[in-house]
Design a protein around this ligand. Structure first.
Ligand code: UT7
Length: 319
């Protein structure tokens, strides 16, 4: 029997405030029609004072533990993917650890922007398979509303806040993560970046993006990495039950599915409700499709994401 990292539970959390396109159009020079036609986004959630990356991550983690039927003290590893941590240091993972009442476990953040959750999942899977841990919380959590330029209509309408989490458990059997594939190409820093940081400006900075160029790279990179991960897992496209993609733009999801010959009804789409929540978007979408009964035990599920760096990656698993 092979030892694999099995998803024992999933959970998510959203800020209490939902902002529709119409509400946004009252303060930003945009329209509901433009946003829906170009992106598929209808609303996003925006963190209020007191709601932070770590508080959202903790709520999502609690729900994933409950779904798994486990206690916080069963966890020996926390990997949290975020580009918007509560503090420059310490890691938001250690804040989640303290909030959950875990006195001692491995806890750290992973930073790969929108691909962060795939990076976190691959790292946690490696640590579980090598015996460094047995039960992990893998979390993607973001408060991008705090790094948006609310005067730049080309970016501020696209993003939202939220968190998603899963419990990974090291078990023997056929279920679990079958393959992961990660990439980065640092030459594209100037297409998607934040114009500040502790070691440069000493400020947090604001998100800047050349959207059209990112779009072009996204479809090519995502189709490529999906083919790679399926080949590594020994799967054909026809064997895939569900694709849970990073939710940046409905047009990217359509174009990528088309390029791979995947029927659109196999793609989980939550971008309309959540907008782009960066590292939180894949686990938020996964939680949605598990809880509404679409994704069932033993289904073949493929996760994928692409973001700043550029970074991109995919994972194939038997749920
Ligand atoms: O998660 C990380 C990865 N990120 C992504 O994958 C994002 C990838 N990019 C995209 O999703 C799309 O490129 C966008 C949604 C960002 C933009 O869509 P687009 O079809 O590429 O539009 P565009 O940037 O070429 O802009 C078209 C027009 C421009 O006007 P002109 O120059 O043609 O007169 C923009 O000024 O739309 C205008 N525009 C807007 N109009 C109304 C830009 N933003 C807005 C807006 N409301 N919010």
């Amino acid at each position: 029997m092979t030892r694999r990292s099995v998803i024992a539970g999933v959970g998510s959390a959203l800020p209490s405030r939902r902002v529709s396109n119409e509400e946004l159009a009252q303060t930003v020079d945009t329209t509901d029609q433009w946003i829906v036609e170009r992106t598929g986004i209808r609303s996003r959630y925006v963190a209020a004072e007191g709601e932070t990356t770590a508080t959202l991550a903790t709520d999502a983690a609690r729900r994933a533990l409950e779904h798994a039927g486990l206690q916080a003290t069963d966890i020996d590893l926390i990997v949290l993917a975020t580009a918007t941590p509560d503090q420059t240091f310490p890691s938001s993972a250690t804040k989640v650890q303290a909030a959950l009442g875990i006195d001692d476990c491995i806890a750290f953040d992973v930073h790969a922007v929108c691909t962060g959750f795939l990076y976190a999942l691959a790292v946690a899977d490696s640590m579980l398979r090598s015996g460094n841990a047995t039960r992990a919380l893998v979390i993607g959590a973001e408060t991008f509303s705090r790094i948006l330029d609310w005067e730049d209509r080309a970016t501020c309408v696209l993003f939202g806040d939220g968190a998603g989490a899963l419990v990974l458990s090291s078990e023997e059997g056929e279920r679990g993560i079958l393959a992961t594939k990660l990439h980065a190409d640092g030459r594209h820093n100037d297409l998607l970046f934040v114009d500040g940081g502790p070691s440069t400006t000493g400020t947090v900075g604001k998100l800047r993006m050349k959207g059209r160029e990112v779009f072009r790279h996204a479809v090519v990179n995502l189709a490529g990495v999906l083919n790679e991960v399926l080949a590594e897992a020994g799967l054909t496209t026809a064997e895939v039950d569900w694709v849970v993609p990073h939710q940046a733009n409905a047009r990217i999801l359509d174009a990528t599915a088309k390029k791979l010959g995947l029927p659109p009804e196999k793609v989980v789409v939550t971008v309309g409700e959540h907008a782009n929540t960066s590292a939180a978007s894949v686990p938020l979408a996964l939680d949605t499709a598990v809880k509404d009964g679409r994704i069932k035990r033993n289904d073949i599920v493929v996760l994928e994401a692409m973001g700043g760096g550029f970074t991109w990656g995919a994972a194939a698993l038997r749920y």
